[in-house]
Structure formats: structure tokens, C-alpha cells
Ligand binder design. Structure first.
Ligand SMILES: [Mn+2]
Length: 278
């Protein structure tokens, strides 16, 4: 028996990671793979890196590690100096220089090899790209098209923040969901447990509750909340367990308002509450 936990998209949320860590013991996981996006969004990126690096866990690179590495190497986006990016800039400044080398050195995939078991490919986005997701809302043929070039028939992705367990005509496609900021309307920290029974692999999506009210109070009390509207968008995503980042930026573009203005975000929340169902 091998019991392998795949946890991902922690996104600087230490209490959610601690809840999952407690659940790993309950689940009797004997291996842990962290499938990218340890950092970004939340205010505990440094603490999450310390927590993960201090354990004998396998870590795969996510698009946020790649993004932070690019920014640290002097290749940030054009609007990097805008207030919109302030929460991210401040979180990056809390990291020791050596963490950026650590993140840059992370591999883009991990292959689970258990004697007698079919191999399992673990990637953050898709086998093709860090930021191409294996989304739960995609049709079977689309998922198979994305996976057309991979030699593996079992693939685990992350990145979408929505857990998935799907059999398409050509693949078994799984997604580990998100520890720190799920987008499937379930606020609990979520991850994937794969068990090799000596006959087959079994997959279970596990969930660990934690005190989100306490977490969001911490965001206020520590001042992270006030570092910029982006921090409030990240909090709102945790609060609603759904995705808002790009929807909000699109909203600002179409109404020609600046994202880093609390008024814009108030308007978005009002619109969201009254007009949209995600
Ligand atoms: Mn992510």
C-alpha cells in the first residue's frame, strides 16, 4: 500500500495548510507532493515556504513560483509599480533572496512510481504549460486534446482550485483542488489522496475545515488587508470560495475604473451579488 497526498495552491494560507497537515495523519498519508503555488495571494508565503521546505515532501513548481522568480529577476509585468501589485510586492520583500533560487529550481513535474502500479504524472497546470489548467468544466474531448502528447494515462493537475476526478476516453484526469483558496464553493482546505491497493489506484478528495473568520481577522489586524485592493479581492475569494481575480479586472476594464480603488471593488461586489452567478 502506498498512500500519497497531493496538496496544491496553498497560496500563503498557513492556517489552511496546518488543517491539511493534521488531516494527513488521519488519512495515513505516507508521501506528500506539493503541486505548486505555495506563494502568492495570502500573507503567509514566507511561513508556507518554511513549513514545506522543512519536511521531506516533493515539491513541483507552480505559475506563482515562476511569476515571483521572474519579478525577482527584473522581469515583472509592465504595471508592476501600480498599487494593484502592492500586496504581492510586500510579500515578496519578506522573502530571503535564497527562496527565489529555491523556487526557480523546482521541477515542472513529478512522476509517481510505485512498483507494480501504473505511473502517475503530477503537474501544476497541464503537461504542456504551468498556466494551462485541467478544468472540471471542460468536456472530455478537450481534456484529451490537452493531454494528447503526454505518455501517461493518469494525470494529476492543480492550478484551477477546483478538485476533479474524471475518466475521459483516453485518460484518468484528476485535480487536487486548492488548500488555501478553493473556487468550488466549498470553503474547506482540499487535497487529493491517491492509494495504491496493489490492484488499482483509488482517488479520494479530502477536505479539512479551518477557521476562516479568524484567518480574515488576521488579515485585517496584521495590516495585510490595507496593503491594497488586490488583498481584499484575495480575501473575498476565500470568503466566497470562488474565483474573482480576473473577473474583477475585466469588470474594471469594461467600466473604465481603476482596480486599486476600493470604490471599484465595492461596485463589483454589489454587481456580483445582484447580477452574476458563477
Ligand atoms: Mn493557484
Amino acid at each position: 500500500m502506498a498512500r500519497i497526498a497531493i496538496i496544491s495552491d496553498i497560496h500563503g494560507n498557513l492556517p489552511a495548510l496546518e488543517a491539511v497537515y493534521a488531516d494527513l495523519a488521519q488519512a495515513r498519508a505516507d508521501q506528500v507532493i506539493v503541486d505548486g503555488d505555495l506563494v502568492g495571494r495570502g500573507p503567509h508565503s514566507a511561513e508556507v515556504l518554511e513549513f514545506v521546505a522543512g519536511r521531506k515532501w516533493t515539491v513541483v513548481q507552480g505559475n506563482h513560483e515562476a511569476f515571483w522568480t521572474m519579478c525577482a529577476r527584473g522581469m515583472p509585468p509592465d504595471d508592476w509599480d501600480d498599487g494593484w501589485w502592492a500586496p504581492t510586492r510586500l510579500e515578496m520583500q519578506r522573502l530571503d533572496r535564497s527562496w527565489f533560487d529555491w523556487m526557480a529550481a523546482l521541477p515542472f513535474q513529478h512522476i509517481i512510481e510505485v512498483p507494480g502500479a501504473p505511473k502517475v504524472q503530477v503537474v501544476h497546470g497541464s503537461p504542456n504549460r504551468l498556466n494551462e489548467g485541467l478544468y472540471a468544466h471542460e468536456r472530455d474531448h478537450k481534456l484529451d486534446a490537452i493531454l494528447a502528447k503526454t505518455p501517461y494515462s493518469i494525470v494529476v493537475g492543480a492550478h484551477t482550485h477546483v478538485p476533479m476526478n474524471r475518466h475521459t476516453p483516453n485518460h484518468w484526469v484528476l485535480n487536487s483542488g486548492s488548500v488555501g483558496s478553493p473556487f468550488n464553493h466549498d470553503p474547506a482546505a482540499q487535497y487529493l489522496l491517491l492509494t495504491w491497493t496493489r490492484q488499482n489506484w483509488q482517488a479520494e478528495i479530502r477536505r479539512a475545515e479551518y477557521d476562516r473568520d479568524e484567518l480574515l481577522r488576521q488579515w485585517h489586524n496584521s495590516g495585510y488587508w490595507d496593503t491594497g485592493v488586490a488583498a481584499q479581492v484575495f480575501a473575498y475569494e476565500i470568503e466566497t470560495a470562488s474565483f474573482h481575480f480576473w473577473h474583477y479586472l475585466r469588470f474594471c476594464k469594461s467600466y473604465n475604473v481603476t482596480p486599486d480603488d476600493p470604490e471599484s471593488f465595492a461596485q463589483y461586489r454589489k454587481d456580483f451579488a445582484t447580477n452574476y452567478v458563477f
